[in-house]
Design a protein around this ligand. Structure first.
Ligand SMILES: [Fe+2]
Length: 191
């Protein structure tokens, strides 16, 4: 019996732009898409009234083949804050409990926040060139604490699935806020 053959796929990443092409889909995430994630709800309302700014974009290419396969995502988090809290991704845990992920910071600076369902918390400091492995069963979020765009490349299995509920309900144990002009970890009162 003839077997299907899957052919290689390449995309081109531009380090200055922090983007690759061709992109299959692009998702824009605005303040309205993650308003429950920020601790200062008055500041959220002010941001919505001021035009609902773009917080981050995801450029996506599913390297889909005839069998199981990997997905490529490039996330671009703009610099900014809601109140004193820095712009960040929504954060999620994978639906499947056996699915890890690789994140590669290519531009900007910030932190990768990780947390288990039981509340164990880790924060990985990111500068351009940091590559982090996210083990299965750890929720993950990226925070841009710099004054430029933070760009990272993500690679994960297409079957992993995204579950946002855990993080939507309580967030991460610690938040990153600006204090005296510096990124500072503070406890999240919802934990
Ligand atoms: Fe993920």
């Amino acid at each position: 019996m003839l077997q299907d053959i899957d052919y290689p796929i390449s995309v081109q990443f531009d380090f200055d732009e922090g983007a690759f092409s061709p992109v299959k889909t692009r998702s824009d995430r605005r303040v309205s898409d993650l308003k429950m994630m920020f601790h200062d709800q008055d500041a959220v309302q002010r941001a919505l009234a001021a035009g609902d700014p773009l917080v981050y974009q995801i450029l996506y290419h599913p390297f889909a083949t005839s069998k199981s396969d990997m997905a490529l995502g490039v996330s671009r988090i703009f610099p900014g804050r809601i109140g004193d809290e820095y712009y960040m991704t929504k954060g999620h845990i994978h639906e499947r409990d056996d699915q890890p992920e690789i994140y590669f910071c290519v531009k900007g600076e910030g932190y990768l926040l990780l947390q288990t369902a039981g509340g164990e918390f880790r924060a990985e400091r990111w500068t351009p060139g940091t590559i982090s492995h996210i083990p299965p069963m750890w929720a993950h979020r990226v925070v841009n604490t710099g004054s430029d765009m933070l760009v990272f490349v993500a690679s994960y299995h297409l079957s992993a699935g995204h579950d946002y509920r855990l993080i939507e309900a309580k967030g991460f144990r610690q938040m990153l806020v600006e204090r005296d002009g510096k990124p500072t970890f503070v406890d999240n009162g919802r934990w």
